[in-house]
Design a protein around this ligand. Structure first.
Ligand code: GTP
Ligand code: MG
Length: 317
């Protein structure tokens, strides 16, 4: 059950009597487009996105407030078979979101038939889901209508009672149609967050994520997965009319440090420049960004390091 006592309530006299609200958990295997959907509904980049699996590592909320409804979308890491403690943290984070949600949105990829992971996630939802479930058959733009029909049948069979809707997170109208259907499934309820709050993540976290996003987009194979980013300084510099940000980029090995820095520091410069532009767009301010690449051996396997880097593992029972 969601612990609503944690969440400040903002009753508003003007809300209509049929106001609907609730927590909608986006759950699925990696790379199916959960974060892209969240951003589409939020109308801005809240969660980072990349073409590589296992991009999202945390639970990230985005609130969509309308005159007659408030939806709190909960993005989660892709559920996969973990190979280290960071992976275990990610899967535990996603798993926990299932019983907490008023509606579980199982996101699947229309360009592929259901995999073993999809079957396992469907089973998890059947066992732990408390309320209603829907299936978002995403990336419909990548398949013909014939294939879409086949996928519709295949994925519907995973959760027989769930309403399935095809969608394309990269096409605005498409995600809006799904939003209306989601709202219709939510219970009557109050506004849990102020109307102008769009996320529960603070600016420092989003800045660190935007840096990690560039590393995911610009580097290949294992290197981006071995990266953790921490903002260590975030200061106003009024005399220069900018914000000074300094961040540590942690990797697991010296060789990875070399790859990120690149020849004559060129790779790091490219990452820094692109990240700075994204950060400036988010903060709507000029930014001076400094990046420091450091080695923290095997941090993904070390529970203490994980906690220090903001990946707090759930307590063992
Ligand atoms: N063609 C197409 N691509 C999409 C669509 N939705 C997402 N993508 C792409 O799919 C890739 C993965 O998207 P993400 O939103 O990062 O996926 P995710 O499910 O959050 O992945 P994890 O965080 O790793 O679990 C990105 O390259 C997106 O641009 C879609 O509707 N159509
Ligand atoms: Mg994601």
């Amino acid at each position: 059950m969601t612990d609503y006592s944690e969440i400040p309530l903002f009753p508003e006299d003007v809300l209509p009597s049929d106001h609907r609200s609730g927590f909608v958990a986006l759950v699925g295997k990696p790379n199916v487009g959960k974060s892209t959907l969240l951003n589409a509904w939020a109308g801005q980049k809240i969660a980072i996105v990349s073409q590589k699996p296992q991009t999202t590592r945390h639970r990230i909320r985005a609130m969509v407030t309308l005159p007659d409804a408030q939806v709190i979308f909960v993005d989660t890491p892709g559920i996969h078979e973990p190979r280290h403690k960071l992976g275990e943290f990610m899967v535990a984070t996603a798993t926990r979101a299932v019983p907490d949600a008023d509606l579980v949105l199982f996101v699947v990829d229309a360009s592929q038939p259901p995999s073993k992971e999809d079957h396992l996630i469907a089973e998890l939802i059947r066992k732990k889901g408390r309320a209603s479930t829907m299936i978002a058959l995403n990336k419909m733009d990548l398949v013909t209508s014939d294939v879409l029909e086949i996928r519709h049948t295949e994925y519907s069979a995973l959760l027989k009672d769930a309403l399935l809707m095809p969608v394309s997170a990269t096409q605005e109208d498409s995600s809006e149609e799904l939003l209306s259907t989601i709202i219709a499934q939510l219970p009557l309820g109050p506004r849990y967050y102020p109307a102008d709050q769009v996320t529960d993540q603070d600016e420092r976290f989003i800045v660190a994520e935007l840096i990690r996003e560039q590393i995911l987009q610009q580097l290949h194979q294992e290197v981006p997965h071995a990266v953790a980013v921490m903002v260590v300084d975030f200061k106003e510099r009024p005399e220069k009319d900018l914000i000074y940000i300094s961040a540590n980029v942690f990797v697991e090995r010296e060789s990875q440090k070399g790859i990120i820095i690149g020849e004559s520091g060129r790779q790091l410069k490219r990452i820094g420049k692109a990240a700075r532009q994204e950060i400036e767009q988010m903060l709507e301010r000029r930014v001076y960004l400094e990046l420091w690449v450091k080695v923290k051996k095997k941090w993904r396997k070390d529970e203490n390091e994980l906690r220090r880097l903001g990946y707090a593992l759930p307590k063992k029972r």
